[in-house]
Design a protein around this ligand. Structure first.
Ligand SMILES: Nc1nc2c(ncn2[C@@H]2O[C@H](COP(=O)(O)OP(=O)(O)OP(=O)(O)O)[C@@H](O)[C@H]2O)c(=O)[nH]1
Ligand SMILES: [Mg+2]
Ligand SMILES: [Zn+2]
Length: 297
């Protein structure tokens, strides 16, 4: 039988085959091959024969094969997703554009469609966050401003989620679980106070799980993250993960232009004309230099 891994707990993988969920162990051969099953993996399972009169809540089985993956993320650890909703709060915790840009690169690297969700717009003046919305829209991203508390923008999110496999990611306390609860009240995901999270250094969401979305598709809640590293990208490839640079492809004087120090660079000229979002360009330069340094070491 073929199914999808919807969650993993303590060495068990929960595989959904149509409406039924099987509790499975992975065959030893995967460990030998250095292959770890991921949430979202399409797998072939063999159901144990002595399932008839067992006392477990789930039927037991074995994962015997993992089908080729469309994509794979390390954070959150998940395979075969269509899109990522990157959630930040316009108030508290404060938005770190560095973290947002790093996350966008990770998602672009895997060819996953990103959406930027700015939550907690209730009680915050648009002037304080509009420049971010403008900046990312200018960069070609879809940005949705929402409030889980006051049910603003939730229908737009529902439309985005319909029939797709989507994950919610972002720092701890931005309201990922609260948003999912507002969209799907039956989920009853645990949420927590931001100051408590910071004080105790604890994230409320502790594991990743694929949850069926009532209008079709799946959603994944994930634990918050505070930093992201991407060491494996050659610095000269970094530009490919900034979609806004594509508009100027072939227009720089030098082929293979890094858009940093070369003369007659179309990207730098566009920056002068205010066609690009400056904080993102600056992050590009920072990451480029970091990647170059890392490679040298
Ligand atoms: N004012 C306001 N507060 C919100 C909103 N959405 C969430 N919160 C609050 O933000 C806090 C954190 O919410 P969570 O949903 O636990 O955040 P999370 O992103 O899931 O955090 P982790 O699971 O730790 O990664 C809670 O106190 C929520 O009540 C919103 O739209 N407006
Ligand atoms: Mg959460
Ligand atoms: Zn250039």
């Amino acid at each position: 039988m073929q199914g999808t891994i919807i969650k993993g707990i303590a060495g068990f993988y929960y595989v959904r085959v149509e409406k039924e969920v099987f509790e499975c162990k992975a065959r030893g051969k995967f460990r030998k091959e250095g292959l770890v099953p991921l949430i979202g993996d399409e797998v072939c399972i063999e159901v144990d024969e002595d399932n008839q009169d067992n006392h477990y809540a789930y039927k037991q089985g074995q994962i015997v094969d993992i089908l080729p993956r469309q994509n794979k993320l390390i954070r959150p650890p998940v395979a075969n997703v269509d899109q990522g909703l990157i959630v930040f709060a316009v108030t508290y915790p404060e938005i770190h554009l560095d973290l947002l840009d790093r996350f966008l690169i990770m998602v672009e690297l895997e060819g996953i469609k990103p959406y930027i969700i700015l939550n907690k717009i209730d009680g915050t003046k648009p002037e304080t966050y509009e420049w971010i919305v403008e900046g990312y829209k200018k960069s070609g991203y879809d940005v949705l401003c929402v409030s889980a508390k006051q049910n603003i923008g939730l229908d737009e999110i529902r439309q985005v989620l319909k029939d797709k496999i989507s994950f919610f990611a972002g720092p701890s306390g931005v309201g990922k679980s609260t948003l999912l609860n507002a969209i799907e009240p039956h989920l009853k995901l645990q949420t927590g106070d931001v100051s408590e999270k910071i004080k105790r250094g604890k994230h409320t969401t502790r594991h990743v799980e694929l949850l069926p979305f009532s209008e079709g598709g799946y959603v994944l809640d994930t634990p918050g993250f505070t930093s992201l590293q991407f060491e494996e990208i050659p610095e000269n490839d970094l530009k490919f993960y900034f979609p806004e640079f594509k508009r100027y492809e072939g227009q720089c004087k030098f082929s293979g232009c890094s858009h940093i120090h070369e003369p007659k660079c179309a990207v730098k000229e566009a920056l002068e004309r205010d066609e690009l979002f400056k904080p993102r360009y600056e992050n590009y330069v920072t990451y480029y230099n970091q990647l170059k340094e890392t490679r040298k070491w």
